[in-house]
Design a protein around this ligand. Structure first.
Ligand code: HEM
Length: 329
């Protein structure tokens, strides 16, 4: 039997061709996400993907994110998240709390504690990194599948029951984990040099500042595709069955400018599988930035090793804290 290869693509132009080519897809029965959430928008193609994606896009339109309802949820999550961080004496605890609180509020699951939710799902992150099944992964899967997350809900309600269920399960995990990593990275950047952080925002504007930071330090490091038929792109040959990993960290360094002078990158993916939740994530990050401007950065210090190796997928900076004996409350 022919051996399939793992190929890593590090160049933006080649990565974009892969994201746009019909020869590369996400539809694979052994894909790790499919083992946990069932077939979802993340690992289906063709008409079923279009239908699911349309449902996602409808839920996360700019007008919905800007609505008083969603902005109210974000403001509440930020208030509670900073209070939780004060209790823990770790500003990074807010990065766990806020995205998970927002997603639980969006699901109408106000009674679930965001920290407990996140803790119960940690094993899924390890599984998506290593593909190694263990009892903790199975417990996390059971928590998702047998908990209230799959109950019929207004989110994705244009889909049939099974499709809606899988998208709800995916949402219950993905909306928290990616934004958690992004928020943690951003808080660490602030704590390293709060004055420079504020000066850059004043100079660049908050949206551009956020985009630049996430381009330089993308929360999600890899987007994987399966090669569906032998093909060649930019002198690289790909065989049917190859796993192709677009290395977002490296490719982002080679990203070009758009016609309007805005740099393009893969932080939120590209092509038909690009991220439908980017506006929600950015709205949460902006709300945290606003809150940070009221804190005295000189009173905080980072504990832990910022140079420790990070996972390839969800690029969590790991075992670090931002502590202060004096502030936060
Ligand atoms: C800073 C936070 C986030 C980052 C960096 C991020 C990044 C990404 C990237 C790179 C992809 C493309 C993956 C691929 O092509 O294989 C993606 C897809 C996706 N993201 Fe996000 N994401 C974030 C937040 C969110 C949020 C908040 C949600 C939910 C509201 C979400 C839902 C999804 C979904 C459902 C997909 C799959 C789309 C498809 O396959 O068509 N993401 N995300």
């Amino acid at each position: 039997m022919k051996q399939t290869a793992n190929v890593t693509v590090t160049d933006y132009a080649t990565g974009m061709k892969i994201f746009r080519s019909p020869d590369f897809g996400v539809d694979h029965p052994f894909r790790a996400t499919r083992q946990i959430f069932g077939p979802s928008v993340l690992d289906t193609e063709a008409a079923t993907h279009v239908e699911r994606k349309r449902s996602w896009m409808a839920q996360f339109l700019p007008a919905r994110i800007a609505s008083p309802e969603v902005q109210g949820m974000i403001a509440r999550a930020v208030d509670e998240g900073f209070a939780h961080a004060a209790e823990q004496d770790d500003l990074l605890a807010a990065a766990v709390y806020i995205p998970n609180r927002v997603l639980l509020l969006l699901l109408g699951l106000e009674d679930i504690d965001p920290i407990e939710h996140h803790t119960k799902l940690r094993a899924i992150t390890d599984f998506l990194e290593t593909n190694a099944r263990n009892p903790e992964v199975m417990a996390a899967r059971t928590y998702l599948q047998e908990g209230p997350f799959a109950a019929t809900h207004a989110l994705f309600d244009g889909l049939d029951d099974e499709r809606q269920r899988n998208e709800l399960l995916l949402f219950s995990y993905a909306a928290g984990e990616t934004t958690f990593v992004a928020m943690k990275c951003m808080l660490l950047l602030w704590a390293q040099d709060p004055a420079q952080f504020a000066a850059r925002i004043a100079e660049e504007g908050v949206k551009s500042f956020l985009a630049t930071n996430m381009r330089n330090d993308p929360p999600l490091g890899i987007a994987t595709r399966y090669c569906k038929q032998d093909t060649e792109i930019d002198g690289l040959t790909f065989a049917k069955g190859d796993l192709v990993h677009v290395d977002i960290v490296t490719a982002n360094k080679t990203c070009p400018m758009s016609a309007t002078g805005v740099p393009m990158d893969f932080t939120f993916g590209a092509g038909k599988h690009s991220c439908p939740g980017h506006l929600l994530a950015k709205a949460e990050l902006e709300a945290v930035i606003e809150r940070l401007s009221a804190l005295d950065g000189a009173r905080y210090r980072i504990e832990g090793d910022l140079d420790a190796p990070r996972p390839l997928n969800f690029r969590d900076p790991g075992d670090v804290r931002i502590t202060s004996a004096l502030e936060l409350a």
